[in-house]
Design a protein around this ligand. Structure first.
Ligand code: PLP
Length: 415
């Protein structure tokens, strides 16, 4: 393990905790990455030393210090996401919040009211639009799945003159690998549509987001890269940002409230301010900025290299196990941060295996994720209703995978 990765790993105190006396083998970073001390410290410091309100409501010096700090975090997030300016960043509580915002603020018109999804979208992105479709406001289409990947040719065929938006996940959370966001952007733009890229799984170990590949909007969640819970951002490039409609409105989003003979009205602020209603998660943003700075210092290139070697190593180890099947495109798996398997041996019960991992591995608590992973589109389109997923971050080693594989082999031997 490289020195800067080892130094980064000292930021994760959970790794030193014992659970029922057992050491944690954490293979569930796609769900959430363990939290970094520097991020928690920054959040705590911010709450205790500042603790006021930003957003230009009050004009005293504490309020200006808060707003300055908040804008500093916005700038840090902007450069991480590949935004052209901090003004393109809307702070959110994560990708779920970002996708709900985008769906409800998006400028659909009767002539452009279709959304085309990759078949690997997380429910966080799919469902906000599905609700609009169920209410008859838009139409949705889902591209085909081919060899556990988006069939880009199939996606292209669905995109046309009525397409308003294309949604792709940059790195799927169920079958691993990555999706070619630049190709998706070309397809969307050729039809005059916008591209939204879900960077929840891509950002943490690639250190960049879809805006850098041509996406008009993209989002990531802070908790998936070691920052505080309920932090994250939606980046919307200026041409689209200027067309979004006010959605969640309130204090801080309005230029003026007026009264005329026709009644009351409101004029909303343009840009990101029109979407950050109410008092914000200022201390969370400080924690998020601290996490991004720490990961930057370790080097996203080194993080990516480390995680790639783990996914490649897991692929090799799991390929050798009789009784399970690796799901996903083998060539693409090392470019992602996770690997999924499905049982092929009769009698294998995924819930039983989960219990086995949780209780029967001597001295170790092996934490993986099993089930549908909120990736219902992928499950419906692949025919797999559940998988066992191992996901990695900087703190994992091949020994973690080996520990999982030996538990898996022991479980299989009991069947
Ligand atoms: C690909 C993907 N998109 C979106 C989400 C939702 O993220 P959050 O719960 O942080 O909003 C997740 C969470 O697992 C995910 O894996």
């Amino acid at each position: 393990m490289k020195k800067n990765i080892a130094a980064l790993n000292s930021e994760f105190p959970t790794l030193n905790e014992r659970f029922g006396g057992r050491r944690l083998v954490y293979l569930d970073s796609a769900c959430t990455v363990l939290k970094m001390r520097c991020a928690a410290d920054a959040q705590r410091r911010h709450m205790l030393l500042l603790g006021g309100c930003g957003g230009k409501r009050s004009l005293h010096s504490l309020a200006s210090a808060m707003e300055e700090d908040f804008y500093g975090a916005r700038s840090k997030v902007a450069s991480f996401m590949g935004a052209e300016s901090p003004e393109e960043i809307i702070f959110t509580s994560g990708v779920t919040d970002a996708a709900n915002l985008l769906a409800n603020a998006f400028p659909f018109t009767p002539l452009r009211n279709e959304v085309v999804f990759s078949p690997l979208e997380h429910n966080a992105v799919f469902l906000p639009f599905e609700r609009l479709a169920a209410a008859g406001r838009i139409k949705i289409k889902v591209a085909p799945l081919k060899d556990f990947k988006v069939d880009m040719g199939g996606l292209e065929k669905l995109v046309g003159a009525k397409t308003a938006l294309v949604c792709v996940t940059h790195a799927p959370n169920i079958f691993g690998g990555t999706c070619d966001a630049a190709a998706a952007a070309r397809i969307a733009h050729a039809a005059g549509a916008y591209l939204f890229c879900d960077d929840a799984q891509y950002a943490p170990s690639h250190g960049r987001c879809g805006a850098a590949d041509g996406a008009d909007a993209c989002a990531f969640s802070g908790h998936k890269l070691g920052a505080p819970y309920f932090t994250g951002a939606l980046c919307v490039k200026k041409p689209l940002l200027g067309r979004l409609r006010p959605w969640r409105v309130g204090g801080g989003t309005v230029e003026s409230v007026t009264r005329s003979a026709r009644g009351y009205g409101a004029k909303y602020l343009g840009g990101y301010q029109g979407f950050e209603a109410g008092v914000q998660n200022y201390s969370g943003a400080a924690g998020l900025a601290a996490a991004l700075a720490r990961l930057d210092r370790a080097g996203f290139g080194a993080i990516r290299e480390h995680v790639s070697s783990l996914t490649a190593g897991a692929l090799k180890a799991l390929d050798g196990v009789k009784g399970v099947r690796v799901l996903g495109d083998r060539a693409a798996i090392p470019d992602g941060s996770l690997i999924s398997i499905a049982p092929s041996k009769k009698g294998f019960s995924v819930p039983d295996f989960n219990l086995f991992l949780n209780q029967e591995v001597k001295g170790r608590l092996v934490a993986v994720r099993t089930g549908r992973h909120c990736a219902d589109l992928a499950c419906l389109n692949s025919g797999y209703s559940e998988t066992i997923r191992l996901s990695f971050f900087s703190y994992n080693t091949q020994a973690d995978t080996d520990c999982f594989v030996s538990a898996l082999e022991k479980y299989l031997s009991l069947l």
